[in-house]
Write a protein that binds this ligand. Sequence first.
Ligand code: NAD
Length: 354
Amino acid sequence: MAQALRQEDFDSVRVRDGAGLRFEVADEVARLGCTKALVLSTPQQCDLALEICEALGDAAAGVYSKAAMHTPVDVTEDVLSHLSLSGADCLVAVGGGSTVGLGKALAYRTGLPQITIPTTYAGSEATPILGQTENGVKTTLTDAKVLPSVILYDPELVATLPVGMTVTSGLNAMAHAAEALYAENRTPETTNLAIQGLKDLAQGMPKVVQAPDDLDARALTQRGAWACGTVLGRVGMALHHKLCHTLGGTFDLPHADTHAIILPHAIAYNARAVAEELAPITEVLGGENAGRALYDFGKSLGAPLALKSLGITEADLDHAADLAVQKPYPNPQPVTREDIRALLQSAWAGNVPA
Ligand code: NAD
């Protein structure tokens, strides 16, 4: 049974930022009163996980480096079988949303405290949301147990993100803020936080695309990602996230690219109902309307624009539309199968959003 969230749950997360902070991970483990940490990563970031192990010294319980996108439940179960043997009493997740997701899935099942060291802008570390995939279907749950105890934002770690992923991951973060602007349960505080996140990313992303090693700009984008992730954790998700969960979970499309492509279309769709709420997007990015502003911003940074470039076929769109209208998330603009099919067609082709 999911635990209800309280303000204290969010406030209890220790958030630090600074270049080289990853080397202080052993102090953070000790501060939690723990003695051994299992380090989690993807196979691609195993070297980084080993660097964290070295920084942990005697507090390292080993590395599990098979984290995978969309948090497959069979991977989580595989780690669980290693976890007790490892003697770990806490977890360190170093990586993007996939690795952070694995840490959350383990914390949900074991109650172990987690330290997260994010290396993308996905923002999962700041939310009490766990998305998991089983039998080709992605579901989400919200529980205080999945919030990390500590988040270490080290800008040196996002500086290694390839430019393409910098752009798509930044747009993934902006998607959290964009949907927060019209969330049913938004408050003035969540709206301000969403606008701050949008501003930081709109300002920081062009800089880090130009100069990937600019650590001040990287830190700005990380602050933006934290704001966007935090706001996602405090309000409900709507059509944009539903579409991305459907496309990611069922068609195994890459998470950040999918967000980057769908965002202008989902926002243009909802602008029919809540243009005024979406005005901060054009205030931050310029342009005439929110959907077009996001499309042009992504295009100017070289973001992918067409779903077909991710390998999904036109024939798949019917199935995607069927799934996307099942158990819809609350949304300001009514969701019909016909409209969603048209939205997907436009995003598939890479058209300017209608
Ligand atoms: P990811 O974690 O899957 O990373 C993609 C690839 O990039 C991986 O191979 C990874 O090892 C590599 N990578 C990550 N950081 C790197 C770096 N700095 N340098 C070089 N390579 C790097 O991608 P993601 O987009 O961060 O995360 C996607 C996952 O996060 C999805 O499963 C999504 O559902 C989840 N997510 C969850 C929430 C939530 O609140 N629950 C929020 C956002 C995303």
